[in-house]
Design a protein around this ligand. Structure first.
Ligand code: PBG
Length: 341
């Protein structure tokens, strides 16, 4: 071939040189997402040998504690050692004051104790918010059509202590009440739980991508004129990013060990902003709806699951997330093990 088929000017710098072969691409790859940066969310339900599939989350089910333990062992084999536990509470135990949340014998605490005992190397992250226990489906106490802030924070702080006493390694407040990180830190320290960390859901948006999760826990806000119909009066407006920086400064000052952005893909700029604004580790939650989108399109044959899921997770890491909570953690870890990535 004529090396210079025309007399048009030719580029001296050719970025394609570094894309010529898999080996060269490997040398210059900027982001490598290893399975040890993933957190696997798990849904716990009462009972024994019980697995209730969640329709909009293929591959996930509400699992009884014995099956949770088995799942944790499987994950650890694959290099995923951290788990975010969410309880599917019996509707009979849900009340307007969500009092089951602070019962040391509740489903979540029982699960934490059992997993901690059988799989001591697992890092157990528990969710701090009232919605799984609330008969009205809110993360806080509701009165006069409003989700109360400071009264809720008192309950959340108690809840964190109860989780720590059951053996939680990290508590993760996902409720978006003001001042909860500081209150939880103080309560944990007072209870002697100095080593229990806090991953704060710092910038949690009022997102519609949580749909499948709310189905899993049956935790959506109820239809009642005295109950806010959505979570917009506490979760953040998807249009805002500076506000996330304010939340980050507050959470850092209040003692958070890690900051989280949630959801992930529609908020890559927020991840990158917090990465630049703080030296704390940044986590991102690739939420149920983000997972469901890829799974559903793959089931229809419209997208390739492995490459799309991997591209999404790599993008989240590239934006600046050190840690990613994802329902695809086990799939990803298997692809990684099998040398498919
Ligand atoms: C509630 C909570 C939610 C999620 C995690 N904790 C839902 C909500 O705020 O309504 C969503 C996770 C997901 O969609 O995967 N405290």
């Amino acid at each position: 071939m004529d090396p210079n088929p025309s007399s048009l000017p030719r580029p001296r710098r050719r970025p394609r040189r570094l894309r010529r072969s898999p080996v060269i691409r490997g040398l210059v790859r900027e982001t490598r997402l290893t399975p040890d940066r993933l957190v696997l969310p798990l849904f716990v339900v009462d009972g024994q040998d019980r697995a209730e599939p969640i329709a909009a989350m293929p591959g996930h089910a509400r699992l009884s504690v014995d099956l949770i333990i088995r799942r944790c062992r499987e994950a650890i084999e694959l290099g995923v050692g951290a788990f975010a536990l969410f309880p599917a509470i019996d509707p009979k135990l849900k009340t307007p004051d969500a009092r089951e949340a602070v019962n040391p014998e509740n489903l979540l605490c029982t699960a934490v104790r059992a997993v901690h005992e059988s799989v001591p190397q697992a890092c157990l992250i528990t969710d701090i918010a009232l919605d799984p226990y609330s008969s009205v489906g809110h993360d806080g106490l509701v009165s006069g059509g409003v989700v109360l802030n400071d009264q809720t924070v008192d309950v959340l702080a108690q809840m964190a202590v109860v989780h720590a006493q059951a053996g939680a390694d990290v508590v993760a407040p996902s409720d978006m009440m003001d001042g909860r990180v500081g209150a939880i830190r103080a309560a944990l320290d007072q209870a002697g739980a100095h080593d229990v960390g806090i991953i704060s859901y710092t910038a949690k948006y009022a997102s519609s991508f949580y749909g499948p999760f709310r189905e899993a826990l049956d935790s959506a806000p109820v239809d009642d004129p005295n109950v806010p119909k959505d979570k917009q009066a506490y979760q953040m407006d998807p249009a805002n990013v500076r506000e996330a920086a304010i939340e980050a400064r507050l959470d850092e000052a209040e003692g958070a060990d890690m900051l989280m952005v949630k959801p992930a893909l529609p908020y890559l700029d927020v991840i990158s902003r917090l990465r630049a604004a703080s030296d704390l580790p940044i986590a991102a939650y690739h939420v149920s709806g983000e997972y469901a989108m890829v799974k559903a399109a793959a089931e229809k044959g419209w997208l390739d699951e492995r490459s799309c899921m991997t591209e999404a997770l790599t993008g989240i890491a590239r934006a600046g997330a050190d840690v990613i909570f994802t329902y695809a953690a086990l799939d990803y870890a298997r692809w990684w093990r099998d040398g498919l990535l």
